[in-house]
Ligand binder design. Sequence first.
Ligand code: NIG
Ligand code: FE
Length: 411
Amino acid sequence: MSTAPLSAGRYDGLIVGASLATLDAAQGYGEIADAALAWRDGRIAHIGPRSALGADPASLAATVIEADGWITPGLVDCHTHLVFAGDRAREFELRLQGASYEEIARAGGGIVSSVRATRAADEAELLRQSLPRARALLADGATTLEIKSGYGLDFDNERKMLRVARAVGDTLGVQVRTTYLAAHALPPEYAGRADDYIDAVCEWMPRLHAEGLIDAVDAFCEGIGFSPEQTRRVFEAARALGLPVKLHADQLSDLGGAALAASFDGLSADHVEHTSLDSVRAMAAHGTVAVLLPGAFHVLRETKLPPLDAFREHGVAMAVATDCNPGTSPLLSMRQAMQLSCTHFRLTPEEALRGATVHAARALGLADRGVLRVGARADFVQWRIGHPSELCYWLGGGLAQRVFAGGRLLV
Ligand code: NIG
Ligand code: FE
């Protein structure tokens, strides 16, 4: 170190003193105790023990933070429907009185009732209603959000939802990946004409993609959604545009959805409670991530567990997400999703953390985040905890002390 000014400002920021869970190895938390993590231009620029810094921290960075607790990669919520209007609390009551999700859907409630409310809201109103949900996710450590359309179900309203999803990211300084889910439910104006609706979904796709509104394509492959054949048509339209696919697969029954997604090199198959062993093998062969959604499982009081041991045995990466939506998972915390994945699905806290970070990033096709590594995006969270397992241990409460996305302090 010749002179202080030469090294001053080398990094934009440096945080010292906390333990890191880098997750930068196939197994284990990748702990570095009493660590130093520095960033520059939105990327992680240095990681190591504080003792190896070799200079006074104040001489190395424009901003130096003394911290304690633990730092993990920023959480990646890889499956949300957080842009919607209204709520479905009344349906929740009906279900508690014995009505099933499918009965409510078939009686004109369910997804279609959120479609009515979402269509009625203009862009500003939809953003106003959606922002507090996104803010809650960020406050609990999320730095990347996936947001699906699927409550518009016509060209203008799907477009409105996707534009609002982008606006959520722009407003909050968080990265948003948009997923086109027009094949979520059959809108009333297409009653009895599901194949015609799929034609329309495929026709809208290139137009919305041309506006830069679509990062991936999804569908709801289910008895109360769309058939595998209809889903295949949506996927073929996506493939023609070079867009990756993911799927609401095997949530309530096994229609072979996860294998179908895998056959299109799908980024992920989501829910997967009823996924068969053959489908698990197909997912393994194509690197398709299993996205576990314990919030929906919990709220619907499901009992059929995803084939967790088969996923482990065949090396299928498991991600965890909130599925934040007004019907089956009004869940506004990634940590709570991790907690539920441990209690319901018996994930270890380490699996849950990997599922909420590195595997979730994979489920979005993002290779630049989800681990603490030089060159990765500077997305990280400093938590008030003594060990990473506490992230899955506490129910509720605010454990995130600082949340950084792209090197910027969000919370
Ligand atoms: O992921 N399964 C379909 N889609 C959502 C539910 C959406 C809703 O009920 O509004 C889900 O659970
Ligand atoms: Fe969903």
